[in-house]
Design a protein around this ligand. Structure first.
Ligand SMILES: [Zn+2]
Ligand SMILES: [Zn+2]
Length: 404
């Protein structure tokens, strides 16, 4: 069992992922999130940091056992410039040289920041089509206004004697022939490195210097946004007396839609036509993602074949930048009747192309007449049935019945 899954979640892999899985997942995410491709630099950094940790077996085992806190005790935070890692993995300078990484390489010199708060919002395709503003309530720490972040009266704050203000306690443990050094937060000062006498503590924050505060953020989901894109609120993460506030990063997740599939700015929809409409024309409708319904006319004389794919131009998702619409691809399937009145067959013979004649065989071939039966769906059908909407393995898992 791993203790935290945040880094795995960032890379969208299970904690059991192999090194190759991790690399593949990072590559995929990094290409999508790269700032030169319009991705969010903060999230790209987060994902890169997650990969940097998980791709190092030693760091990964620390993370699995003790989470992110375990890593910071090891002094392993900060790490390398995501640009360096990206370049190292994929060769060259990424997408056109350095210098595109504001704050990335200067992170170590710059002011320390509190952790970014990353939050995922699941957005329907309808909302991504039309755009939407959603409210998001979050709780983050704010500097206590009573003590102005000092935790107590002036002069009440002393350095912790137990840890000499380092906030860390080091214990040595004998592990067979080896002596292991374990670092943990100092019990005396709870890892803060400071002691405030109980009676001098700020009554409002109880000496914690910060207080949790609820804030409502208006998250503007722009038309045409895609899953994996982010909305960043600079400096809205936790405040701290010793660090600059980090950012709140909202990650957009696209909810699967029951009628449409999205491919970049195109939409794909499956439409079933009856045989008469497929052969003789007529019309069908497609309910769109806004309050419109598209009526599609089929001219008589033009035959729709089963599995035909047609396109309706300009009815896809809006592009994010200029809201130029993509296209809508319509996958047509033809629903055949279960049976037909034999009396109408001569009329069909008159209007449809003639039957393909049976091949003729030499005399020595034995012609054996057999009957075509329905397949028993309980035993064999599961293997033979092919539902085109489920071709990507999505949707309801199929229940397989045991053979009889
Ligand atoms: Zn206070
Ligand atoms: Zn201490």
């Amino acid at each position: 069992m791993v203790r935290e899954t945040k880094f795995y979640d960032l890379l969208e892999v299970p904690p059991s992922a192999s090194e190759a899985d991790l690399k593949k997942a990072y590559r995929k995410k990094a290409l999508r999130l790269h700032p030169d491709k319009g991705g969010d630099p903060e999230l790209f950094k987060e994902v890169t940091h997650a990969y940097e940790v998980l791709s190092d077996p030693e760091k990964r085992s620390i993370y699995d056992a003790r989470g992110e806190a375990g890593l910071s005790e090891q002094g392993g935070m900060g790490g390398m410039d995501p640009h360096d890692l990206f370049g190292q993995l994929f060769g060259g300078g990424g997408f056109g040289g350095g210098g595109f990484f504001p704050g990335g390489s200067s992170r170590n010199q710059g002011p320390r920041k509190t952790k970014d708060l990353v939050h995922r919002v699941h957005v329907t395709l309808e909302d991504l089509y039309k755009g939407k503003t959603t409210k998001l309530a979050l709780t983050r720490n704010r500097i206590c206004s009573k003590c102005k972040g000092k935790g107590g009266k002036d002069g009440a704050v002393r350095t912790c004697n137990t840890c000499s203000g380092r906030g860390i306690k080091v214990t040595l443990r004998q592990m067979g022939p080896m002596i292991q050094q374990i670092q943990s937060p100092c019990d005396e000062c709870s890892g803060t490195g400071e002691i405030i006498n109980m009676k001098d503590r700020c009554v409002t924050c109880k000496g914690k210097k910060v207080l949790p505060e609820k804030k409502i953020l208006d998250v503007h989901i722009d038309k045409g946004m895609k899953g994996g894109q982010t909305v960043t609120f600079r400096g809205e993460s936790d405040e701290s007396p010793t660090a600059e506030p980090g950012d709140v990063v909202i990650v957009i997740e696209e909810k699967p839609h029951d009628r449409f599939k999205r491919q970049e700015n195109d939409l794909i929809v499956q439409v079933q036509l009856d045989l008469l409409t497929a052969l003789g024309g007529g019309e069908f409708s497609i309910k769109h993602l806004d309050d419109r319904t598209l009526i599609v006319k089929l001219e008589p004389g033009e035959v729709v074949k089963h599995d035909d794919i047609k396109v309706i131009h300009g009815q896809g998702m809006p592009s994010q930048r200029h809201h130029e619409p993509g296209d809508m691809y319509v996958k047509l399937s033809v629903r055949f009747p279960d049976s037909i009145d034999p009396a109408v067959i001569p009329m069909l013979e008159k209007s449809l192309p003639p039957r393909t004649p049976t091949e003729t065989f030499p005399k020595n071939v034995v012609l054996d007449e057999v009957s075509l039966d329905d397949v028993d769906t309980r035993s064999r059908g599961g293997m033979l049935r092919d539902d085109p909407m489920d071709e990507d393995g999505e949707g309801e898992p199929r229940v397989q019945c045991a053979n009889q």
